[in-house]
Design a binder for this molecule. Structure first.
Ligand code: WQD
Length: 340
């Protein structure tokens, strides 16, 4: 362990993207400590991480909504930087339960930033989302694309979160990077960690793999009347390991002081758009399985198309994706086959 690098706090570190980022941090010699409240993750993920890297991460089960607990945590840990994943993320659920989302995604961010300021922890990476752009006017989407009125409380918490951080960097020593994810998919090649949707999957890929595994009857394709090459909606599906590595690049940028603004924003995607039917075709190829699906009406709130212009992240972070859609789908399928 390289002590001089100091401890990195990963909130939500037992979640899908968080756990893959912990693995990459440990691979790079960072000492990590995970905070997770286990509300949308499983403690077994800790063993999965340990079995990949051989290093059991320090873990603190803690609800970030309890301000006193956050205060105590920072009193007991010397933290060099924070990567903040912990948040509720289901778009549909956020429409039904807005206050749950504002409490869980906003109050926790405020408490975290308050304790960081008090303890002079000045490096912060925020899990944001391309959802802040809504349906962008121009594709591919650059970081200069206008922020559009959020279509869901979930998306609004990402926009508000970015603004809270931005305002905070103006008054103290905080240096921050918001990574605006496109669509994270796939699983670690070791098949020891991956996506663990609880209940009926809201996102496309877990629903595809569960349908192929016979857990779901058939996939509903939400609309084939979009103005796209085949009528189904287009997204930028990025392998979760490539996404995890973008966090390492962002953290190194802040530690080395190479950031050019007190708060920076990066679109993190592959730069390639794939339609739902493209995904189905690619999945059938990598799994050698025929997928049972039917076309139904559009899902409320869905946009037509989103894929990233990654040139700013490629240039400034020195990062780019190495894995493609088929790699990600193959890893998601291998992970699905391992689930009981
Ligand atoms: C992808 C495409 C659906 C399910 C959201 C959030 C984003 C991030 C990822 C949290 C769309 C279609 C889906 C299904 C389908 N949030 N689809 N049948 O909506 O692009 O992004 O989740 O991490 O911030 O906005 O992702 O996977 O739900 O949908 O046809 O059963 O697949 O219509 O076109 P989305 P998704």
């Amino acid at each position: 362990m390289n002590k001089e690098k100091g401890k990195i706090l990963i909130t939500g570190g037992l979640g899908f993207i968080g756990s893959h980022t912990v693995v990459e941090l440990q691979n790079e010699g960072f000492e990590v400590v995970i905070i997770d409240d286990l509300s949308n993750s499983k403690i077994e993920v800790l063993d999965g991480i340990t079995s990949i890297t051989g290093i059991k991460p320090e873990f603190v089960q803690l609800d970030l909504k309890v301000k006193q607990k956050v205060t105590e945590f920072f009193k007991n840990h010397q933290i060099e930087g924070v990567i903040h994943f912990a948040a509720s993320k289901a778009v549909g659920e956020s429409v039904e339960q807005p206050l749950k989302y504002y409490e869980n995604n906003i109050s926790t961010l405020v408490y975290l930033l308050q304790e960081m300021a008090k303890n002079e922890v000045n490096r912060f990476i925020f899990s944001s989302s391309c959802t802040v752009y809504g349906q962008a006017d121009e594709l591919p989407i650059t970081e200069k694309a206008p922020i559009k009125l959020a279509e869901s409380p979930y998306g609004n918490t990402k926009q508000i979160g970015e603004e809270i951080i931005n305002d905070t960097t103006r008054v103290g020593n905080l240096q921050a990077i918001a990574l605006r994810y496109f669509n994270p998919i796939g699983a670690h090649k070791s098949v020891k960690i991956g996506e663990l949707p609880i209940g009926v999957p809201q996102n496309l890929i877990p629903f595809v793999t569960q349908t192929a595994a016979g857990i779901r009857q058939e996939l509903s394709v939400f609309g084939d009347d979009y103005p796209t090459h085949d009528g189904t909606a287009v997204r930028d599906y990025i392998h979760v390991v490539d996404l995890a590595k973008a966090h390492i690049a962002a953290l190194k940028r802040l530690i080395s002081g190479e950031n050019k603004e007190k708060m920076e924003f990066f679109n993190v995607g592959t730069g390639k758009g794939s339609s739902v039917l493209d995904v189905i075709k690619a999945f059938e190829k990598v799994s050698n399985k025929k997928l049972n699906y039917k076309i139904v009406g559009r899902r409320e709130g869905d946009i037509t198309s989103a894929y990233a212009d990654t040139s700013f992240a490629n240039k400034e972070l020195g990062w780019q994706t190495k894995l493609d859609l088929e790699d990600a789908l193959a890893s998601a399928w291998k992970w699905q086959l391992k689930q009981k």
